[in-house]
Each structure stands twice: as structure tokens, then as C-alpha cells.
Write a protein that binds this ligand. Sequence first.
Ligand SMILES: C[S@@+](CC[C@H](N)C(=O)[O-])C[C@H]1O[C@@H](n2cnc3c(N)ncnc32)[C@H](O)[C@@H]1O
Length: 242
Amino acid sequence: MTQNIYDDPEFFDAYSRLPRSRDGLEGAPEWPSLRALLPPVARARVLDLGCGYGWFSRWARDQGAASVLGVDVSERMIARARSEGDDAPITYVRADLETYAPPPGAFDLAYSSLAFHYLDALRPLLGRIYEALTDGGSLVFSVEHPLLTAPDRPEWVEGENGEAVWPVRRYLDEGMRRTDWLAPGVIKQHRTIETYLRLLREAGFTLRELCEWGPSREQIAAQPEWKKERERPFFLLIRCSR
Ligand SMILES: C[S@@+](CC[C@H](N)C(=O)[O-])C[C@H]1O[C@@H](n2cnc3c(N)ncnc32)[C@H](O)[C@@H]1O
């Protein structure tokens, strides 16, 4: 059953204070890498899965997208997206991606930022996204990197010499993880990279690019507190095509 944690008032409030919530795409350090994976967006019909505040939906329209359909299970996130402005070619729909079926053959680009690791039934959704794309259409998405979703307690520990060490535990033991992130008991789904690639292949997709994202040296120079984030990748970014 879908947890819909973004409608929890405590979680929603904490999420609204993150840089990516305050500053949008510019506040998301992986955005330049994710943007680099995108095909041309001008004139594209775009599907934004787990659209949240709708930052990407609006960006796509600014780039000349013909239309954008943003989908999210959270009433609060959708309300926030709608409150950001009324642009007729953008439609926001409240729906659960565990079961949502986008209209077949209706999109040139499907995009999803940091939503798929919440989903239990990812394989059927990938099949429905494949059907929703035109031939040659692209799926570009990001998830928390499997090295982040693997441990039961995703927290730095102190190494022998006082250095920060990321605990890699239960990597091959896929499935539900319950963690305390912004609120207690947030449910995410851990999958290995191998599984992500297999699910995409089974759905019919061809892998085009994969990026194990961590902050660049320039980003660390600007934000020295991110230095330890280069100990392991933080996000997994993928572009594939129908
Ligand atoms: C980390 S936020 C990312 C929001 C947006 N994509 C962004 O990058 O700013 C994850 C989003 O996925 C949505 N989400 C999680 N599980 C979902 C589900 N089962 N169906 C639809 N949306 C879901 C959440 O409500 C939330 O808005």
C-alpha cells in the first residue's frame, strides 16, 4: 500500500525547507547532470512522474514543451504545484504511480526525479511508461543510489581513524527499507543497479546513459561540507529509450 508520506504534515513541512524545495532545480545539485541526459524538450509532449512542486514541469514549458502532464500521489504537492501558476498546457493530476496508466502513445519524454525508489511495483509502471511513449521516445529518471537505499540505518559511521565511512549493508537483500528521513518511518524500496537495468530491459527499453552522481570538485569548492559525499555516489541517473 502506498505510504504517501508527502501528505504527512510533519514530513511536508520539513521537505519544504530543503534547498531543492526553496530554490527549485537550481537547488538540486544533481540537476546539471540530469539535464545533460535530456533530449531536446522543445515541442515535446512531456510526462513528469512524481512531479512534486512541478519545478520540472514548468522548466519543460519554458524550454518550449508542447504540453506537460505532472502526476503525483500527494494532494499537498499537487496543490503547491498548481499554486505556482496557471499555464494551460500543464496539467497536474493526483494519482498513484503504483497503478496509474498514462494514455498510450501520447508522450515523447517521460521524466521522473526521485520518485521511483518509493514504488513497490516498478516493473509494471515501466511497462506502462513504455506504452505511453512514442517510438524513439525517452525515459529519463533519477533515484537515490542503491548504496544509499541499502543500509537499514543510512547514516555515516566513524572509521578507525575518525574518517566518515558509509555502511554498505544488505546490498543484495532487496525490498522495503523503513528509515527516519525528515519524519520517522519513511518507506523506500531498495533495488540494486542490476535490478534497475533488468526491469528496464524487460519493459522493452534500451539503456542510453547511466550516471552515478556525486558532487563535482567545483561543487565541493563552493560547498566544502559536501566533501564526504564523494565517498560514494548519491543518486543514480538513467536515460533510456523506446
Ligand atoms: C523527492 S520528491 C521529488 C519531487 C519532484 N520530482 C522533484 O524532483 O522536485 C518525490 C515525489 O514523488 C511522489 N511520490 C512518491 N510515491 C508516489 C506514488 N506512489 N505515486 C505518485 N507519486 C509519488 C511524492 O509525493 C513526491 O512528490
